[in-house]
Design a protein around this ligand. Structure first.
Ligand code: ATR
Length: 310
């Protein structure tokens, strides 16, 4: 097995037996065996001369707070949280960063000297950094449409777009009910005193609505956060001949590196990017929280590329 269970965590000896470096960072999830977080972080930790190992831990629903306590007691200094625990992790923190609270999801845990847990979400800010790296523009300046806004990644990105004051945010989803309540919450966030800009800049649309073509035409950045494209033979999540050369197209999927959407969007003359940069920047931001210093992005990118090469 390439992961530990919660019971094994109670045995510090089991955790570090035969290992050169002690376990200091962990990702929790279920399933967790496919998580690339160790490959993402270990090279960076090594290149920073950290005496630290990054491990995977499988945790059942309802046991997230207990897992945090056991991991802290076992000497773990920072935790990443993945599916399906990002929501439960919000409740299992002593403090939650306001942006993470708005996203309704925590993916990074920082312990203070007393073991108190602070929760952050690096998916949204990591996405903003990814867009700057890939396209050389700021997220805040772009008219956005999110295809699949009802999923976890879609929600984090949509919240980031509101926090960045993007001039247009269209939430598109197959199931409209899933984004209706989110739209209300995002509008409230957008109406808060700290944010300026047009009040009606957030809207929703069903993926089957004929007006989707117009909504895409009115956008500058098209983001796919559906899982459509993960499997070979998957279609594009919307008719990709609607893509125009002025579009930037970002697919949160990074494996395969080119989904059908990205291939066809490129054929239409648009600029494209896959989700590898999001994976890397959300991880880099977690590591920055833990180490309080700049981290080697290229070591992280290489770690993931080595892990996914066919
Ligand atoms: P999470 O990211 O929270 O695990 P998910 O259930 O994997 O979420 O779904 C991610 C997104 O992919 C959702 O927006 C989902 O649409 P629904 O809310 O309508 O379920 C979208 N999605 C998954 N399969 C899809 C498909 N075949 N066509 C369109 N959208 C799809």
């Amino acid at each position: 097995m390439n992961y530990f269970t919660l019971d094994q965590i109670s045995e510090v000896n089991t955790l570090n037996e035969g290992e050169e470096k002690p376990a200091r960072y962990a990702v929790i999830g279920k399933p967790v065996s496919h998580s690339l977080s160790p490959q993402l972080h270990q090279g960076a930790l090594d290149s920073l001369d950290q005496e630290a190992r990054y491990i995977r831990v499988e945790v059942e629903r309802g046991q997230v707070a207990e897992a945090f306590e056991k991991l802290y007691a076992a000497g773990i200094k920072g935790i990443n949280v993945t599916v399906p625990h990002k929501l439960e992790a919000v409740e299992a923190c002593h403090q939650v960063d306001p942006a993470a609270a708005s996203m309704g999801a925590v993916n990074t845990i920082v312990f203070d000297a007393q073991g108190q847990r602070s929760g952050f979400n690096t998916d949204g800010p990591g996405f903003a950094r990814a867009i700057r790296e890939e396209f050389g523009v700021d997220l805040k300046d772009l008219k956005i449409i999110i295809i699949g806004a009802g999923g976890g990644a879609g929600r984090a990105i949509a919240t980031q777009c509101v926090l960045e004051n993007c001039p247009q945010i269209i939430l598109a989803n197959r199931t409209l009910e899933k984004i209706d309540s989110m739209m209300g919450e995002l509008q409230q966030l957008s109406n808060s005193e700290t944010l300026e800009g047009p009040r009606d800049r957030i809207s929703t649309i069903s993926l089957s609505d004929p007006a989707l073509e117009e909504a895409i035409a009115a956008s500058e950045l098209i983001i796919n956060t559906t899982s459509v494209g993960l499997k070979s033979g998957d279609p594009s999540p919307f008719p990709s001949h609607w893509v125009e050369p002025y579009h930037l197209v970002y697919d949160s999927i990074y494996h395969p590196s080119r989904t059908r959407l990205l291939r066809e969007a490129e054929g239409q003359g648009a600029r494209i990017a896959n989700g590898l940069s999001l994976l890397i920047h959300q991880g880099a931001l977690s590591l920055e929280y833990w180490l309080n210093r700049e981290v080697p992005i290229e070591a992280m990118r290489q770690g993931v590329l080595d892990a996914i090469k066919d």
